[in-house]
Design a protein around this ligand. Structure first.
Ligand code: ADP
Length: 416
């Protein structure tokens, strides 16, 4: 065993000194910037977890937050159907692209990848959690204020493993009155405690039915105990949703965004507080290195003697500096960029070997770029950067390589 650093969160050894679980969470896709992740859990299936996920996401979107839904209910994925999304997800060489609902919520679900949405999914827990992990690491979510995760139902192994792979900032418990609310809540509380995740609130679904004639609340499943339970565990009660044939019909028609979410309005305050918090401390700096010479993009990655490194916090450049590589050849440069914590490279020409080495370190490559570094970075921010996704070497002229150096490129197999 190597020497103990007492950093249990990043250590895979099982020893008697362990004081915190190993952190299994993965980094999201490099082109994703997700501020807060909210998991929606329930004690069992069919209590309206997906409905509540969708309604809360719509509420967030209505309040002006950029919102996404990751459907982690892999064996019963119903989010795309509720939003009326029928097309398949698409992919580029950089990653998977989520589908977008009519009200501009980005969605990824297994149903968007299956040949037919009626195909049964009979996978075991480990496979399920690896799919969810891919939805986190390989989907290009872009800039997201709130990501809602429709968790697998229950409080057992599968949701627990999924929780371990995603950096969930808080959970919301959905329960129906006929469930043994106390027991469900206790299990969810234990799970949240194990994972050290705060419980943001509870929603009671199918609380009552309103008589269409006299407006009286009919307690179909008996008296609700949700208020006492919420108070007992110190969890805010976000709201109670009635049994409403109108809601069921909107879900069936794929128009959940039209469901009346006024009964969940108190959630807006929770969102506001989380959002302020995310701006205070969750803005992870992101670095882009541009191969640099005299203010311009240098056209030969492997011969770059310096890079201009831009650090972003959100969409703002918080720092920029020109740094010398102190070495040449793509091996040395890739190591250098990794040490600098760079997440993406913008350069002119680049060879296949260098590109693979960067991508193996999860550093994205935007090659074939020309122009002034500062202008190029502005174009990257605006999404208008012109680059060559198939770049292998700098200049293909008449089928020959001319890398700009004195070497006889015509006989080379591609430069680095
Ligand atoms: P879960 O995700 O917990 O399995 P869903 O959200 O998919 O459950 O809900 C199951 C079904 O019940 C859906 O068809 C949905 O339309 C319906 N449903 C859920 N809550 C309500 C409600 N309050 N009123 C009417 N129908 C509802």
């Amino acid at each position: 065993m190597s020497e103990c650093t007492h950093e249990c969160g990043s250590c895979g050894e099982s020893c008697g000194e362990r004081c915190a679980p190993q952190d299994m969470r993965k980094q999201p896709h490099q082109l994703s910037h997700i501020r807060k992740v909210i998991g929606i859990v329930s004690g069992k299936g069919g209590v309206g977890k997906s409905l509540v996920t969708s309604m809360l996401a719509c509420l967030a979107q209505k309040n002006g937050y950029k919102t996404a839904v990751l459907d982690a209910d892999i064996t019963g994925p119903s989010i795309p159907k509720m939003f009326g999304i029928n097309e398949r997800a698409s992919a580029t060489e950089l990653g998977l692209i989520p589908a977008t609902s009519r009200n501009d919520i980005d969605i990824m679900s297994l149903n968007l990848l299956l040949e037919s949405e009626n195909q049964p999914v009979i996978w075991r827990g480990a496979v399920i959690s690896s799919v969810v992990e891919q939805f986190w690491t390989e989907v290009i979510w872009g800039d997201v204020d709130f990501m809602f995760v429709d968790m697998p139902p229950g409080t057992g192994d599968v949701p627990l493993t999924v929780f371990q792979s995603l950096p969930v900032d808080g959970i919301i418990i959905v329960a129906s009155p006929q469930e043994l609310v106390n027991m469900i809540v206790e299990k969810a509380v234990n799970m949240a405690n194990m994972m050290d995740i705060p419980i943001l609130g509870m929603v009671e679904n199918m609380s009552y039915l309103r008589c269409p004639d006299c407006g009286k609340e009919i307690k179909v499943f008996g008296e609700s105990h949700v208020e006492e339970t919420a108070a007992e565990y110190g969890i805010p009660l976000i709201g109670r949703i009635p049994i409403d044939p109108g809601i069921a019909s909107l879900c069936d028609k794929g128009r959940v965004e039209e469901a009346d979410s006024s009964c969940l309005a108190s959630f807006t305050d929770i969102l506001k507080a989380l959002h302020e918090d995310s701006y205070k401390k969750d803005m992870t700096p992101f670095k882009i290195a541009v191969s640099h010479k005299d203010g311009m993009v240098f056209d030969h990655f492997g011969h770059s003697e310096e890079f201009k490194i831009y650090t972003f916090v959100g969409n703002d450049i918080s720092a920029q500096e020109v740094v010398k590589t102190n070495g040449q050849g793509h091996g040395a440069i890739v190591g250098f960029l990794k040490e600098q914590g760079v997440g993406a490279v913008i350069c002119g020409g680049i060879g296949g070997g260098a590109r693979s080495a960067l991508e193996a370190e999860r550093i994205f490559v935007f090659g074939g770029v020309t122009g002034e570094c500062d202008k190029v970075i502005q174009q990257w921010l605006e999404g208008t950067l012109q680059y060559d996704p198939d770049i292998a070497c700098a200049h293909h002229e008449n089928g020959e390589y001319h890398c700009g150096s004195d070497s006889p490129c015509g006989s080379c197999g591609g430069c680095h």
